[in-house]
Design a protein around this ligand. Structure first.
Ligand SMILES: [Zn+2]
Length: 140
């Protein structure tokens, strides 16, 4: 993937977003607070017309990082669908799973996100996540 130009990556990202929105009924939106999220629609607000949730992608990120983030947040969507099964699982394991599941999904739909670069990005994010968890624990 790093061999693609930024413009090509933007184009690929747009297609991925389109696929996610039409396949899962998720709304993918620009995020402006420096973060990426998966925000499920509360169960009591779900009806046939409601989106199942929102994925926010930080607009400041490069196209490749937004592709990685989209994949990760789609992974969170999969975990959300099976939340009865995963809710008890350790949060760091869930974060890793979300990276894995998103990558598997896009691979299955024909988007081969470079696993080396994706691995670097996921390691960086997991590392930051674990640090913030530790900081939280230590401040208690
Ligand atoms: Zn996450």
């Amino acid at each position: 993937m790093p061999s693609f130009s930024e413009e090509e990556l933007e184009r690929i990202l747009k297609k991925m977003i389109f696929d996610v929105e039409t396949e899962f009924w998720i709304s993918v939106e620009d995020g402006f607070d420096g973060n990426c999220y998966w925000i499920p629609t509360p169960d009591d607000e779900l009806d046939e017309e409601a989106m199942v949730g929102i994925i926010e992608l930080d607009v400041e990120l490069s196209p490749f990082k937004r592709i990685c983030a989209l994949s990760h947040e789609v992974g969170h969507y999969f975990l959300h669908v099976e939340r009865q099964r995963w809710n008890e699982t350790n949060v760091v394991i869930r974060e890793s799973l979300a990276w894995y599941l998103g990558h598997e999904y896009f691979k299955a739909t024909g988007y081969n996100i470079d696993l080396v670069e994706y691995g670097k990005e996921s390691t960086k994010c997991l590392d930051a996540y674990v640090r913030s968890l530790n900081a939280e624990t230590n401040s208690r």
